[in-house]
Write a protein that binds this ligand. Sequence first.
Ligand SMILES: [Zn+2]
Length: 169
Amino acid sequence: MKVEIKRSKRRKKTISARLDGDIMYVYAPVDTPEKELHKIIKNFEKRFARRNLKRELNKEHNLREVFNKLNKKYFDGKIKIKSIEYVTVQQSKYGCCNYKKKTIRLSHYIAQMPDWVRDYVIIHEMAHILQPNHSKAFWDMVYRYKLAERARGFLIAKKMEDNQELDIE
Ligand SMILES: [Zn+2]
């Protein structure tokens, strides 16, 4: 990512940026200190990189197709959702669902894991669409997936399973 800084006298306070292809244009007031500008540019770069990664992951992986397959196999096709997508902002959760809005979000970390682990996380979130808690009924649904236990072990081994649980609104 190339950075082009445009300083403007008319600009009073705000610094903004836009990405055009591979060039990031940064608009800043004339008197912004170099050091501060540098810090802000780093943040913009991170944000744009996350946005690009999100776009690429969702283009590359058809999560809706995976969802449809799992829905048919484990839930008799009964689960309806509005969207399922990879996100790049979740730092501590592998997956989460908003069961009111019927959306499922997966962390980009999941994209690097084996498919059977990804499937477990999706099934876990799908089950939450029906059961927003971790009740026995919930786990009964999840354990219809034969690799559920192994996938949980896999995630525990990554020491993140504890943070993986979703928030319920
Ligand atoms: Zn859960």
